[in-house]
Design a protein around this ligand. Sequence first.
Ligand SMILES: [Ca+2]
Ligand SMILES: [Ca+2]
Length: 207
Amino acid sequence: MKSVQFLLGVLLIAVSVVGSSGPVSAQADAPTGVTLDYFIATADYPNHILLEWETVSELNTQAFRIKRGTTPNLAAAAVVVPYVVAHPGSSLGYYYSEEDSTGLVDGTTYYYWIEDEELGHPGVWIAHPEYNPVVVWGFVCSVYDFDCNAVVNALDIAAAAQRWNCSLGDPCYDSRYDLNSDDRIDVIDIERDAAHWGCQYGDVCYG
Ligand SMILES: [Ca+2]
Ligand SMILES: [Ca+2]
């Protein structure tokens, strides 16, 4: 009995030391969050972004949710996968995969975060900011692909030709077509564009 009392005393001291070290005393049953093995995101263009994660163990895990943002700021991210039921009691962990295709916009960089909820703590989501996969979605248009349709062809040349001899300050001037940035759209720019004729997204010459 004495040893039990001694252990209880040590435990109380330990709890009080831990509690007094932080700005807010932690509750004894405060959720601690799941331990993740990894959380990755992979673009499967043009269908979806594949989200995969695996837990090391999840004895108290109730669910997961995924947030997505367009900046590295978690506070500005929005939930895109609201609720994935976990497998509590799995001491060996578990593999999960979800697909995100919510409003994906070509040329956008997406930042993902995962959060988990523990049994007995509904609505308390625990973030894991150390896992922050980043995906560049779609293709970024080549400067030669004026209409951004993934190929440089006659339509692009024609669009530039319509601005022939337009100079900086003219209403018809558009810097996107001024490929050599000399404030004038002329034969040099059209030649540069034509040099990428037929190049498609994925080709080295697409640019
Ligand atoms: Ca084009
Ligand atoms: Ca020019």
